[in-house]
Design a protein around this ligand. Structure first.
Ligand SMILES: Cc1ncc(COP(=O)(O)O)c(C=O)c1O
Length: 372
C-alpha cells in the first residue's frame, strides 16, 4: 500500500524503537557493559562485582522514589507475572480485591482466582476506561495497576487503605514515570524492560514494613505450600544480602542500574515532567487530526507512559506499521493485539525522546494523509 511512499529525510527518527516493552535500551548501556570486559559477565552473582550492582540498584531506587529507610527493594527472577502468583500465594490472608481495566490487570485477577484457599474479587470497568480502586470490606489486599499497558490507562489517584490492608500496585509499565507516591504503597512492583530500559526476566518489588511483615507471617505458616522460587522469605533474605534466590541475568541488572543512575541524575519530578510533555505532544496530535482520536476519552486516566491512538479505518495501521518496520525506521507501535482496534500504541518511556516522537507523528501524518 505504501510501496511508492517517499520517506522525508527530516522525519526519520534517530532511533526506531517506540515499543512498550522490551523498550529502547540506549546503545551507551551496551557499550558500558562491553567495557566491563572479563570482569562482570560470566562472574558469580554471589560475589562483590554483581552484589555491588544489586546494592546500587536497591539504593538507587530508594533514593529515586524517596521511600522511608524501612522499605526494602526485593528482587527475584520471573518478571512481574510471577509476582501475580507470589502475591496471591504469600501476601493475601483471606481476600484480594482487583480493580481491572485491561488485559494485564485481568490477568493478575485470574492468577489470584486460581488459588483455592483465598477469595479473589474483581471490580472492573470496560477496556478503555480507568479505575482507581478503593478499600473493600473483608479484603486484606487491594490490587491496582499503575499503567494498564494494553489500553494506555493510568491511575489518576492511589486508593487509601487502612493499617491492616496491603496496597499492591502493578507498576510494570508506568513504574518510575507515571505519578505515584510509592511511600503510600505496600508493594510497588515492576519488570525492568519498560521505563527502566533493561531486559525482561527480573521482578522488582519495593515493599513497606507492613508488606514485609505480612510476607514473613504467611511464609511461616507451614500449612500453606508455596514453592521455594515463590517463597517471600527466600526473596527477602536474599535481597537483604544484595542477591537473588536463584541466578539472575547479569546484563539485565547492569542495564537497569545504568538507567536508575540516569534517572536519579534528573530526579523523579523531572522525569515525570518530561513524560507529561511527550504525552501532551501525542494526545495533542491525536486531537488535532480529523483521522485520529485518543482511545482513552477520560483525560485524567490518559497514560503518560503509553499512548493509544485510534486511526480512521480508511487507512489500515498494519500497512503503515509493516512498511516502517521493513524500512527499519519505526518498531513497536502496534496496538495491543487482543484489543483488535485500528490503533497505534506508542511508548513514551523515558529514553524515547520528544524530538523523535515529533518526527514519528509527522511521518505517520504524512503517510496517512497520502491515502485519504
Ligand atoms: C502492566 C503489566 N503487568 C505485568 C506485565 C508482565 O510483565 P512480565 O512480562 O515482565 O512478566 C506486563 C508486561 O507487559 C505489563 O505491562
Amino acid at each position: 500500500m505504501f510501496d511508492n511512499f517517499q520517506i522525508p529525510e527530516n522525519l526519520i527518527p534517530s532511533d526506531p524503537r517506540f515499543g512498550s516493552g522490551p523498550s529502547l535500551v540506549p546503545e551507551e548501556f551496551l557499550m558500558s557493559l562491553h567495557r566491563t570486559g572479563m570482569h562482570y559477565m560470566g562472574t558469580s552473582h554471589r560475589k562483590p562485582a554483581i552484589k555491588n550492582v544489586v546494592k546500587e540498584i536497591q539504593e538507587g531506587l530508594m533514593k529515586y522514589f524517596n521511600v522511608p529507610s524501612d522499605y526494602l527493594v526485593v528482587l527475584g527472577n520471573g518478571g512481574a507475572t510471577l509476582l501475580f502468583d507470589m502475591i496471591g500465594l504469600g501476601i493475601v490472608e483471606k481476600k484480594i480485591s482487583h480493580f481491572t481495566c485491561g488485559e494485564f490487570s485481568e490477568k493478575w485477577y485470574k492468577s489470584s482466582k486460581l488459588i483455592p484457599w483465598i477469595e479473589a474479587e474483581q471490580v472492573s470497568v470496560p477496556f478503555g476506561k480507568g479505575i482507581n480502586g478503593k478499600m473493600m470490606p473483608g479484603s486484606d489486599v487491594i490490587a491496582v495497576t499503575l499503567n494498564e499497558t494494553s489500553t494506555g490507562v493510568q491511575l489518576s489517584k492511589l486508593p487509601d487503605v487502612d493499617a491492616n490492608t496491603i496496597l499492591a500496585v502493578d507498576a510494570t509499565s508506568g513504574g518510575g514515570q507515571c505519578p505515584c507516591d510509592v511511600s503510600k504503597t505496600d508493594i510497588y512492583f515492576f519488570s525492568p524492560q519498560k521505563v527502566f530500559a533493561s531486559d525482561g526476566g527480573l521482578w522488582v518489588a519495593i515493599m513497606s514494613p507492613k508488606a514485609l511483615e505480612r510476607a514473613k507471617k504467611i511464609a511461616a505458616d507451614k500449612s500453606r505450600y508455596v514453592p521455594d522460587i515463590m517463597n517471600w522469605n527466600n526473596a527477602i533474605t536474599n535481597s537483604e544480602a544484595n542477591q537473588t534466590y536463584n541466578t539472575p541475568a547479569l546484563a539485565t541488572l547492569f542495564m537497569m542500574n545504568e538507567q536508575i543512575k540516569l534517572m536519579n541524575s534528573l530526579g523523579y519530578e523531572e522525569v515525570q515532567r518530561q513524560a507529561k510533555k511527550k504525552a501532551d505532544l501525542l494526545y495533542g496530535w491525536a486531537e488535532s487530526k480529523p483521522y485520529l482520536s485518543p482511545y482513552i476519552e477520560e483525560k485524567e486516566f490518559r497514560s503518560i507512559a503509553v499512548a493509544t491512538i485510534d486511526v480512521d479505518p480508511k487507512v489500515n495501521v498494519d500497512d503503515v506499521i509493516k512498511f516502517l518496520e521493513k524500512k527499519k525506521i519505526v518498531y513497536g507501535i502496534d496496538g495491543y493485539r487482543k484489543l483488535g482496534r485500528n490503533q497505534f500504541r506508542i511508548s513514551m518511556f523515558h529514553n524515547i525522546t520528544y524530538n523523535n516522537l515529533e518526527k514519528l507523528t509527522g511521518l505517520l501524518s504524512k503517510m496517512i494523509e497520502s491515502k485519504l
